[in-house]
Design a protein around this ligand. Structure first.
Ligand SMILES: [Zn+2]
Length: 138
């Protein structure tokens, strides 16, 4: 029989598939972005305006890559949590995260209550100004 866990094996398999599919799509996307950038970088720039627009395109690409990198890291972390058996457990309160929430956001690490609470605190902190780097382990 499957080992005891917070979530049954069948569901874990489902989420693993979901996450692996997402990881695959992200890696493919990242590769496209990177190879596209390689081609551009090899071109020459007879017109300084072309050069300028290339530079801003490049910044755009770098931003996207940063976003992709973060997403890829999140998906990998979620897969690691499936492996170590902590997937679907809120890292803040230790309670199970609802399946509906996991379905919509399989990379999430917090239950909806903690997430809502965190967002509330964040909003308050933003109103008060820059928040001190303490308290929140993330
Ligand atoms: Zn929680």
């Amino acid at each position: 029989m499957a080992k005891e866990g917070p979530m049954d094996q069948e569901k874990l398999l489902y989420f693993r598939g979901l996450l692996e599919g997402r990881l695959h799509a992200l890696l493919e996307e990242a590769e496209k972005t990177v190879s596209g950038m390689g081609q551009e970088a090899e071109g020459d720039f007879p017109d300084p305006n072309d050069r300028a627009s290339f530079e801003s395109d490049r910044n755009f690409v770098l931003r996207i890559r940063d976003r992709e990198r973060k997403l890829i890291a999140k998906v990998k972390e979620a897969l690691a949590r499936i492996d170590d058996g902590t997937f679907g457990i809120c890292e803040t309160c230790g309670k199970p995260i609802s399946e509906k929430r996991l379905m919509a956001r399989p990379v999430t690490t917090e239950c909806i209550d903690c997430k809502t609470e965190a967002e509330k605190k964040e909003r308050l902190a933003r109103m008060r100004g820059p928040r001190p780097r303490s308290g929140f382990p993330s």
